[in-house]
Design a protein around this ligand. Structure first.
Ligand SMILES: Nc1ncnc2c1ncn2[C@@H]1O[C@H](COP(=O)(O)OP(=O)(O)OP(=O)(O)O)[C@@H](O)[C@H]1O
Ligand SMILES: [Mg+2]
Length: 239
């Protein structure tokens, strides 16, 4: 049966830390197969929103739906099982495990047949990772580590990837390369992506749609073309 609900639907989400409210009532939708870019200045609440969607942080109010199913109160582990995968800001891997072991750990609980086919595809997408299978993740370069962290999401066969600055700290050349891989991953998985990216120009190249966030609010929904044309970025970041 076809399910026409958006892959992700966020309704009136408020959240914060201790007494302090960070998210002021967030609404957004992500359709099947979309790459949606979330941009905004430091401290706007982008990571906070991703944490709420991943189930790491409980919202104060509002609702999160995954394919029409309300997931408030559903644990992070269960959300991962439904198909939400989360790339933590900084790109977390287990430094004492090898690349292969990191991927196996990430794939824990995933159907073996699916996992092995994902592994095969991953090494086609990132041939360099394949050469590094036996290396400890703690010895990887920044670019390699980010590839591994993305790979750990990929092998879980997600329907929704939440990527918090996947290209942070990479050289300009590597930023574009990594974001192209993100696009390839989307195509391969037929998944949807919500991505926070400070390399806005590069992020716009692969995005289908953009939300601008400021002080805990979505202040604009737009297309990459419009953002470029209207020079909206200056307004968001510098006013
Ligand atoms: N664990 C926490 N405890 C208390 N306050 C926090 C915590 N995490 C974030 N904050 C605060 O919440 C606000 C939003 O933070 P958040 O990390 O969501 O911003 P961001 O948009 O992701 O910023 P950046 O672009 O710098 O990553 C900030 O003012 C931050 O200081
Ligand atoms: Mg952040």
């Amino acid at each position: 049966m076809m399910n026409n609900s958006p892959v992700l639907s966020v309704k009136d989400i408020t959240a914060g830390y201790y007494e302090r409210r960070v998210l002021q009532g967030i609404n957004l939708d992500i359709k099947e197969n979309e790459i949606v870019l979330l941009i905004g200045p430091n401290g706007a609440g982008k990571s906070t929103l991703l944490k709420v969607i991943a189930g790491i942080l409980n919202p104060w109010g509002g609702e999160v739906f995954l394919k029409g199913r309300q997931v408030n109160g559903v644990s992070t582990a269960k959300r991962a099982k439904i198909g939400i995968s989360y790339f933590l800001q900084g790109g977390e891997v287990f430094p004492n495990l090898t690349v292969q072991e990191n991927l196996e750990t990430a794939g824990f609980g995933i159907n073996r047949k699916i996992f092995f086919s994902r592994m095969e595809r991953l090494f086609k997408l990132f041939p360099h990772l394949s050469d590094l299978k036996q290396r400890r993740a703690g010895f990887l370069s920044g670019g390699e580590r980010h590839q591994l962290a993305l790979g750990m999401i990929f092998v879980r066969n997600p329907v929704l990837m939440l990527l918090d600055e996947p290209s942070a700290g990479l050289s300009p050349l590597l930023v574009n390369e990594l974001l192209e891989k993100v696009k390839d991953m989307r195509k391969d998985l037929n998944a949807s992506i919500l991505m926070v990216e400070q390399n806005v120009k590069e992020g716009l190249r692969i995005a289908d749609r953009v939300y601008l966030m400021k002080a805990g609010e979505i202040v604009k929904e737009s297309s990459p073309e419009k953002i470029r044309k209207e020079r909206l970025l200056e307004n968001i970041f510098f006013s």
